[in-house]
Design a binder for this molecule. Structure first.
Ligand code: SF4
Length: 474
């Protein structure tokens, strides 16, 4: 039901997603499988805590020195005949790709999976310039045919059932298809193969850029990445500026933690290392290789003690699969490009001026499952708390919230007055009529009703019972 373009506020989108049991079943089914596969794959590796710590160190060192490693990457790729362009924002990045396409006389574009291209709105931009753009990652093609956007960072069509995919394929091709996975995948392969052969520009993402040799590395499972990179005359790689790693030895650590955390595989089916455009005597590869390094709000996080570590992210998606909020509402309810815990932190940081982004920090129970799942130990839940605090400091919480927080702070400093007042509040809050009012009604749009305990924790503590009397509503 809901798509990324779904309007309204977070609570409204979440409420609509919660009313769609089919969506929840689809998301949970796959998220469970990914979560369990990750647990098995990391256990079979052994010593995953050490790999995780090594991963964290590599990412922290790289991001602390990202300007140096990006320069090194650009110099080394240039020495192999590639070109690196730097784009300050989405507009510049789209303009660069359009100009590369124009100079190469390109009309038909095939794309590999790239969340950065979603972030900068590349498809719409290229289409407006008259270019034909076809997604070739299976999940991306499915959401493109459906006129939607990805709802998971590694499984874009996680919200779709097989029956829905069958319908989409039949509508696009006019063919009648059996609803089994082999038939549907074979159909997609046949349809996309002709697009690869006709394309004159390939656009892909980038899992890692290795600075010491100026190489681009893609981890894929479908093989479309190497076709995008090798068949068209021109290949454009889009990468966020944080994608760089210093050395191949560092990449080895990333190769251990990324596929295991993303899909539970020891390694993806394909690992493509691209060292430049086609050289004399080589059988395939593009004549031109361009890498567009996108900033778009990332460099603002550098030097920020609370948020710099968000640039350590390797986009594995593991935090989504364990998040109790994502698992209930799916990705589109976030209403932004990056869903789940990583999105709840990253979107507000990349677009601080959009109020619709800042509310995403509320889409968390702060249980910490995301931080625990993260293979490079990003403290996501600490960042969510910091974002909430920042929003209140900036006055974005609304006058009601600010007043309530001031009142709570005052009560905390005056415990003698606080206890009778809180007791009165608790008694009132237990009245069904009061529970249907104002903020309580807003709470109940997306939460189970919470009925205060007859006696507060403090009262129980002082009475020495220590019993948990919190009551949840029916
Ligand atoms: S924040 Fe961590 S778990 Fe989430 S996508 Fe990034 S690397 Fe993966």
């Amino acid at each position: 039901m809901s798509h990324a373009a779904d309007p309204g506020d977070l609570a409204g989108r979440a409420a609509r997603a919660l009313g769609d049991p089919r969506l929840q079943r689809a998301v949970r089914f796959t998220a469970d499988r990914l979560r369990d596969a990750k647990a098995a794959a990391t256990a079979s590796l052994g010593g995953f805590a050490e790999w995780r710590e090594r991963g964290r160190e590599i990412r922290a060192h790289t991001i602390a020195n990202v300007d140096h490693y990006l320069r090194l990457f650009a110099r080394n790729l240039a020495a192999r005949g590639g070109r690196v362009h730097f784009a300050a924002d989405a507009r510049e990045a789209c303009a660069l790709v359009t100009e590369i396409a124009r100079q190469g006389g390109a009309r038909r574009v095939v794309k590999g999976k790239s969340m950065v291209s979603e972030e900068i709105g590349l498809n719409a931009h290229l289409a407006a310039q008259g270019l034909e753009v076809v997604e070739t990652d299976l999940g991306e093609w499915i959401v493109q045919l459906a006129g939607e956007t990805p709802s998971h960072i590694i499984l874009p069509a996680i919200h779709k059932t097989r029956g829905e995919i069958q319908e989409l394929f039949e509508r696009e091709s006019g063919a009648r298809l059996a609803p089994d996975t082999a038939t549907l995948a074979g159909h997609a392969r046949g349809r996309l193969r002709t697009r690869f052969l006709a394309a004159d520009l390939g656009v892909s993402g980038c899992n890692f850029a290795v600075a010491e040799t100026g190489s681009v590395v893609l981890f894929t499972n479908e093989g479309n990445g190497r076709l995008v990179a090798a068949l068209p005359r021109v290949h454009v790689v889009l990468m966020g500026l944080e994608r760089v790693v210093p050395t191949w030895q560092d990449l080895e650590c990333m190769a251990q933690v990324l596929p295991r955390s993303a899909t539970g595989q020891p390694l993806t089916t394909y690992v493509n290392a691209i060292h430049g455009p086609r050289r004399a005597g080589e059988a395939d590869g593009p004549e031109e290789l361009h890498v567009v390094v996108v900033d778009n709000g990332r460099s603002r996080q550098l030097g920020d003690p609370e948020f710099q570590a968000i640039l350590h992210c390797i986009r594995c998606g593991a935090c989504l699969n364990v998040c109790p909020v994502y698992r209930q509402i799916g990705g589109h309810a976030y209403g932004a490009v990056y869903p789940g815990p990583i999105g709840a932190v990253l979107n507000p940081l990349l677009e601080p001026d959009r109020p619709a982004r800042t509310e995403l920090a509320q889409a968390s129970s702060l249980c910490g499952a995301c931080s625990e799942a993260c293979p490079v130990a990003i403290p996501l839940h600490d960042m969510l708390v910091a974002l909430r605090a920042r929003d209140v400091r900036h006055g974005r919480g609304g006058p009601g919230l600010r007043l309530a927080l001031r009142l709570l702070a005052w009560l905390a400093r005056h415990p003698r007055l606080a206890r009778p007042l809180l007791r009165l509040g608790r008694t009132l809050a237990r009245l069904p009529g009061v529970r249907a009012l104002g903020p309580a009604r807003a709470w109940r749009r997306i939460h189970a009703p919470l009925v205060p305990a007859p006696r507060s924790f403090l009262d129980q503590w002082h009475a020495g019972t220590g019993r948990d009397e919190v009551q949840h509503g029916p």
